[in-house]
Design a protein. Structure first.
Length: 231
């Protein structure tokens, strides 16, 4: 199968003929069948959860995983920009659609509608974003878990802690934009109550998304489960 200088075309043609001959042989079909059987058996095999003993404390495990998640977020500034831009657009759209809503009884339904819109947007964005989080890292998680580097609880806690800035600041940004445009009550108590409600929704949606992500273990399954979960 070597390519001889000066006879490259002839040698390549001979390699192609040998390859085609092998692919049409019984040996090739037998090897392909065996490979498919092994892959199928591997997919059915349960994950071996036996692992080496963990030497570090749970706090140290959580801190180490938090640092890794934090640096992964810092190295991917597009992720932060997209999330901030998304909340800016939603806040501006909500403010423009429900701009300067009155406080009378007839406008009460409109104010209920804007809160429904904001809650729905926070729910969808956080659940779908987190649903694909763990499946993308699952091969690394399995290897490090079996090597005794950390347990599951510190890993999940570190993922939640790393999302805290987004959980708190993004709903705050959204409400700062749309709250006064819509014309809600102009008091600090009412404003921060609305922010707290949106932060709570964002926190709950993040938890649901991580639950689906950990349970599914596959991006496609997680996306399929996340859609009805948002309803």
């Amino acid at each position: 199968l070597a390519i001889r200088p000066g006879s490259e075309d002839k040698c390549r043609q001979r390699c192609k003929e040998l390859t085609e001959y092998y692919e049409s042989s019984r040996d090739y079909e037998a090897v392909r069948t065996r490979i498919r059987e092994v892959e199928f058996e591997q997919d059915k095999k349960d994950i071996n959860l036996s692992r080496q003993s963990i030497l570090s404390s749970p706090i140290q495990q959580c801190v180490t995983n938090f640092k890794r998640s934090f640096f992964n977020t810092v190295r991917n500034p597009t992720y932060t920009r997209v999330r901030v831009f998304q909340e800016l657009v939603i806040g501006i759209v909500a403010g423009l659609v429900y701009y300067s809503t009155d406080h009378d009884k007839d406008e009460l339904q409109n104010k209920s509608g804007v809160f429904f819109f904001l809650v729905t947007s926070l729910t969808f964005s956080n659940i779908f974003l987190q649903a694909s989080n763990i499946p993308l890292e699952l091969p690394v998680i399995k290897r490090e878990y079996q090597n005794g580097m950390y347990s599951t609880l510190p890993y999940l806690l570190s993922k939640v802690f790393c999302e805290f800035p987004f959980i708190i600041l993004l709903p705050l940004l959204q409400m700062v934009i749309c709250y006064f445009m819509i014309g809600f009550r102009n008091t600090a108590e009412a404003f921060f109550t609305s922010v707290a409600a949106c932060v709570g929704v964002s926190f709950a949606a993040t938890g649901v998304g991580l639950f689906i992500s950990a349970w599914a273990g596959d991006v496609r399954i997680a996306s399929a489960v996340a859609a009805p979960a948002c309803k």
